[in-house]
Design a protein around this ligand. Sequence first.
Ligand code: ZN
Ligand code: FE
Length: 255
Amino acid sequence: MPLELVTIPCLTDNYAYLIHDSESGQTAVVDVPEVGPILAALSAHQWRLSDILITHHHDDHIQGVDALREATGAMVYGAAADAHRLPKLDLALDESSSFSIGREFARVIDVPGHTLGHIAFHFPTSKLAFTADSLMAGGCGRLFEGSARQMHQSLQKLAALPPDTLICSGHEYTASNLRFAATLEPGNPKLISRIAEVAEKRAQGRPTVPVTLGVELATNPYLRAHLPALKAAVGLPDADDVTVFTEIRARKDKF
Ligand code: ZN
Ligand code: FE
Protein backbone atom coordinates (compact mmCIF):
# COMPACT_ATOMS: atom_id res chain seq x y z
CA MET A 1 0.00 0.00 0.00
CA PRO A 2 1.43 3.39 -0.95
CA LEU A 3 1.46 6.24 1.52
CA GLU A 4 -1.77 8.21 1.74
CA LEU A 5 -1.31 11.88 0.83
CA VAL A 6 -3.38 14.80 2.15
CA THR A 7 -2.86 18.34 0.82
CA ILE A 8 -3.53 21.05 3.42
CA PRO A 9 -3.97 24.69 2.40
CA CYS A 10 -2.44 27.04 5.01
CA LEU A 11 -2.11 30.83 5.42
CA THR A 12 -3.02 32.59 2.15
CA ASP A 13 -1.25 30.45 -0.43
CA ASN A 14 0.95 27.87 1.35
CA TYR A 15 0.60 24.10 1.39
CA ALA A 16 1.49 21.54 4.04
CA TYR A 17 1.16 17.82 3.28
CA LEU A 18 0.37 14.81 5.44
CA ILE A 19 1.67 11.39 4.51
CA HIS A 20 0.31 8.36 6.29
CA ASP A 21 1.34 4.72 6.36
CA SER A 22 -1.80 2.73 7.15
CA GLU A 23 0.00 -0.40 8.38
CA SER A 24 2.22 1.25 11.00
CA GLY A 25 0.00 4.28 11.61
CA GLN A 26 3.04 6.51 11.21
CA THR A 27 2.09 9.98 9.91
CA ALA A 28 4.38 12.80 8.83
CA VAL A 29 3.75 16.40 7.89
CA VAL A 30 5.89 18.26 5.38
CA ASP A 31 6.31 21.90 6.47
CA VAL A 32 4.26 23.72 9.10
CA PRO A 33 3.07 27.13 7.89
CA GLU A 34 0.50 27.12 10.72
CA VAL A 35 -0.75 24.59 13.25
CA GLY A 36 -4.57 24.82 13.12
CA PRO A 37 -5.26 23.31 9.67
CA ILE A 38 -2.74 20.51 10.28
CA LEU A 39 -4.27 19.50 13.63
CA ALA A 40 -7.72 19.66 12.00
CA ALA A 41 -6.62 17.35 9.17
CA LEU A 42 -5.02 14.92 11.62
CA SER A 43 -8.16 14.74 13.71
CA ALA A 44 -10.43 14.40 10.64
CA HIS A 45 -8.44 11.30 9.64
CA GLN A 46 -7.90 10.16 13.25
CA TRP A 47 -4.16 10.04 12.63
CA ARG A 48 -1.45 10.69 15.21
CA LEU A 49 1.48 12.79 14.03
CA SER A 50 4.85 11.05 14.39
CA ASP A 51 7.20 13.13 12.23
CA ILE A 52 7.66 16.72 11.06
CA LEU A 53 9.74 17.19 7.88
CA ILE A 54 11.11 20.67 7.15
CA THR A 55 12.14 21.73 3.61
CA HIS A 56 13.74 25.13 4.33
CA HIS A 57 14.10 27.89 6.89
CA HIS A 58 11.56 30.48 5.71
CA ASP A 59 8.95 31.43 8.29
CA ASP A 60 6.01 30.48 6.10
CA HIS A 61 7.28 26.86 6.19
CA ILE A 62 8.45 26.53 9.81
CA GLN A 63 6.59 28.96 12.01
CA GLY A 64 4.25 26.30 13.41
CA VAL A 65 6.91 23.64 14.04
CA ASP A 66 7.52 24.24 17.75
CA ALA A 67 3.83 24.43 18.61
CA LEU A 68 3.06 21.32 16.55
CA ARG A 69 5.90 19.39 18.20
CA GLU A 70 4.55 20.50 21.57
CA ALA A 71 1.02 19.39 20.68
CA THR A 72 1.98 16.01 19.22
CA GLY A 73 5.43 14.97 20.46
CA ALA A 74 6.50 14.39 16.85
CA MET A 75 10.18 14.14 15.82
CA VAL A 76 11.53 17.01 13.72
CA TYR A 77 13.73 16.47 10.62
CA GLY A 78 15.54 19.15 8.63
CA ALA A 79 18.76 20.05 6.84
CA ALA A 80 21.93 19.76 8.93
CA ALA A 81 23.34 22.67 6.90
CA ASP A 82 20.58 24.94 8.20
CA ALA A 83 20.33 23.58 11.75
CA HIS A 84 21.40 26.99 13.11
CA ARG A 85 18.31 28.66 11.65
CA LEU A 86 15.71 25.90 11.91
CA PRO A 87 13.66 24.83 14.94
CA LYS A 88 15.54 22.28 17.07
CA LEU A 89 16.09 19.14 14.98
CA ASP A 90 15.82 15.57 16.28
CA LEU A 91 17.37 14.33 13.04
CA ALA A 92 19.72 16.54 10.97
CA LEU A 93 19.77 15.43 7.34
CA ASP A 94 22.05 15.71 4.34
CA GLU A 95 21.95 14.18 0.90
CA SER A 96 23.43 10.91 2.17
CA SER A 97 20.64 10.52 4.76
CA SER A 98 17.71 8.22 4.46
CA PHE A 99 14.88 7.50 6.84
CA SER A 100 11.53 5.82 6.67
CA ILE A 101 7.90 6.65 7.31
CA GLY A 102 6.27 3.38 8.20
CA ARG A 103 7.62 0.83 5.76
CA GLU A 104 8.52 3.43 3.24
CA PHE A 105 12.05 4.57 2.63
CA ALA A 106 12.68 8.28 1.99
CA ARG A 107 15.61 9.96 0.33
CA VAL A 108 16.87 13.51 0.87
CA ILE A 109 17.81 15.64 -2.16
CA ASP A 110 19.77 18.88 -1.76
CA VAL A 111 18.02 21.54 -3.85
CA PRO A 112 19.78 24.88 -3.16
CA GLY A 113 18.74 28.02 -5.00
CA HIS A 114 15.70 29.53 -3.25
CA THR A 115 17.70 29.10 -0.02
CA LEU A 116 21.09 27.42 0.35
CA GLY A 117 19.94 24.71 2.75
CA HIS A 118 16.71 23.82 0.92
CA ILE A 119 16.09 20.06 0.76
CA ALA A 120 13.45 17.94 -0.96
CA PHE A 121 12.06 14.60 0.25
CA HIS A 122 11.59 11.76 -2.22
CA PHE A 123 9.53 8.64 -1.48
CA PRO A 124 10.32 6.43 -4.49
CA THR A 125 7.81 3.64 -3.75
CA SER A 126 4.82 5.95 -3.39
CA LYS A 127 6.26 8.20 -6.13
CA LEU A 128 6.02 11.40 -4.09
CA ALA A 129 8.48 14.30 -4.06
CA PHE A 130 8.10 17.20 -1.64
CA THR A 131 9.86 20.09 -3.34
CA ALA A 132 8.42 23.17 -1.55
CA ASP A 133 9.99 26.30 -3.07
CA SER A 134 12.51 24.58 -5.36
CA LEU A 135 10.50 23.00 -8.17
CA MET A 136 7.02 24.54 -7.95
CA ALA A 137 3.94 23.79 -10.02
CA GLY A 138 4.63 25.57 -13.30
CA GLY A 139 7.65 27.40 -11.92
CA CYS A 140 10.43 27.52 -9.34
CA GLY A 141 11.16 29.55 -6.22
CA ARG A 142 12.75 32.95 -6.30
CA LEU A 143 16.55 33.03 -5.88
CA PHE A 144 16.90 34.53 -2.41
CA GLU A 145 20.23 32.93 -1.47
CA GLY A 146 21.55 30.70 -4.23
CA SER A 147 22.56 31.35 -7.82
CA ALA A 148 20.64 30.56 -10.99
CA ARG A 149 23.27 27.90 -11.72
CA GLN A 150 22.55 26.21 -8.37
CA MET A 151 18.78 26.30 -8.93
CA HIS A 152 19.24 24.92 -12.44
CA GLN A 153 21.30 22.05 -11.07
CA SER A 154 18.75 21.41 -8.30
CA LEU A 155 15.90 21.28 -10.80
CA GLN A 156 17.91 18.94 -13.04
CA LYS A 157 18.11 16.45 -10.16
CA LEU A 158 14.34 16.60 -9.68
CA ALA A 159 13.72 16.38 -13.44
CA ALA A 160 15.56 13.05 -13.44
CA LEU A 161 12.99 11.40 -11.12
CA PRO A 162 10.44 9.07 -12.76
CA PRO A 163 7.93 11.19 -14.72
CA ASP A 164 4.96 9.71 -12.85
CA THR A 165 6.33 11.14 -9.56
CA LEU A 166 3.84 13.50 -7.89
CA ILE A 167 5.47 16.87 -7.26
CA CYS A 168 4.16 18.35 -4.01
CA SER A 169 5.23 22.00 -3.93
CA GLY A 170 4.87 24.69 -1.30
CA HIS A 171 2.56 27.36 -2.71
CA GLU A 172 -0.49 28.02 -4.84
CA TYR A 173 1.35 30.09 -7.45
CA THR A 174 0.46 27.89 -10.41
CA ALA A 175 -1.85 30.25 -12.33
CA SER A 176 0.64 33.13 -12.38
CA ASN A 177 3.55 30.76 -13.09
CA LEU A 178 1.72 29.41 -16.13
CA ARG A 179 0.73 32.90 -17.29
CA PHE A 180 4.44 33.67 -17.39
CA ALA A 181 5.23 30.33 -19.11
CA ALA A 182 2.74 31.25 -21.84
CA THR A 183 4.74 34.39 -22.66
CA LEU A 184 7.59 32.05 -23.66
CA GLU A 185 5.62 29.23 -25.28
CA PRO A 186 2.26 30.63 -26.39
CA GLY A 187 1.78 27.74 -28.82
CA ASN A 188 2.60 24.82 -26.45
CA PRO A 189 -0.64 22.77 -26.54
CA LYS A 190 0.03 21.06 -23.17
CA LEU A 191 0.60 24.45 -21.58
CA ILE A 192 -2.61 25.83 -23.07
CA SER A 193 -4.66 22.91 -21.75
CA ARG A 194 -2.96 23.06 -18.34
CA ILE A 195 -3.81 26.75 -18.01
CA ALA A 196 -7.48 25.90 -18.62
CA GLU A 197 -7.40 23.06 -16.07
CA VAL A 198 -5.76 25.26 -13.45
CA ALA A 199 -8.30 28.05 -14.00
CA GLU A 200 -11.12 25.55 -13.52
CA LYS A 201 -9.62 24.13 -10.31
CA ARG A 202 -9.07 27.60 -8.86
CA ALA A 203 -12.62 28.63 -9.77
CA GLN A 204 -13.77 25.65 -7.68
CA GLY A 205 -11.40 26.60 -4.85
CA ARG A 206 -9.34 23.43 -5.32
CA PRO A 207 -5.53 23.16 -5.07
CA THR A 208 -3.57 22.82 -8.33
CA VAL A 209 -1.00 20.63 -6.54
CA PRO A 210 0.25 17.96 -6.53
CA VAL A 211 1.01 17.44 -10.21
CA THR A 212 3.07 14.80 -12.01
CA LEU A 213 6.64 15.52 -13.01
CA GLY A 214 5.60 14.56 -16.55
CA VAL A 215 3.22 17.53 -16.71
CA GLU A 216 5.99 19.77 -15.35
CA LEU A 217 8.48 18.53 -17.94
CA ALA A 218 5.99 19.42 -20.69
CA THR A 219 4.99 22.86 -19.40
CA ASN A 220 7.40 24.30 -16.80
CA PRO A 221 9.84 26.66 -18.57
CA TYR A 222 12.54 26.12 -15.92
CA LEU A 223 12.68 22.42 -16.91
CA ARG A 224 12.78 23.32 -20.59
CA ALA A 225 15.76 25.70 -20.86
CA HIS A 226 17.63 23.09 -22.95
CA LEU A 227 15.03 23.16 -25.74
CA PRO A 228 15.64 25.18 -28.92
CA ALA A 229 12.11 26.67 -28.68
CA LEU A 230 12.84 28.14 -25.22
CA LYS A 231 16.28 29.38 -26.21
CA ALA A 232 14.77 31.14 -29.21
CA ALA A 233 11.92 32.55 -27.09
CA VAL A 234 14.39 34.46 -24.88
CA GLY A 235 16.51 35.54 -27.85
CA LEU A 236 19.45 33.27 -26.96
CA PRO A 237 19.35 30.54 -29.63
CA ASP A 238 23.02 29.59 -29.22
CA ALA A 239 23.41 30.02 -25.45
CA ASP A 240 24.04 27.17 -23.01
CA ASP A 241 21.22 25.86 -20.82
CA VAL A 242 22.29 27.71 -17.65
CA THR A 243 22.41 31.06 -19.45
CA VAL A 244 18.93 30.47 -20.85
CA PHE A 245 17.66 29.35 -17.43
CA THR A 246 19.15 32.49 -15.85
CA GLU A 247 17.40 34.69 -18.40
CA ILE A 248 14.05 32.93 -17.86
CA ARG A 249 14.35 33.39 -14.08
CA ALA A 250 15.30 37.07 -14.50
CA ARG A 251 12.31 37.69 -16.79
CA LYS A 252 9.94 36.12 -14.25
CA ASP A 253 11.25 38.44 -11.54
CA LYS A 254 10.10 41.40 -13.67
CA PHE A 255 6.86 39.74 -14.87
ZN1 ZN B 1 10.56 29.91 0.91
FE1 FE C 1 7.55 29.64 0.79
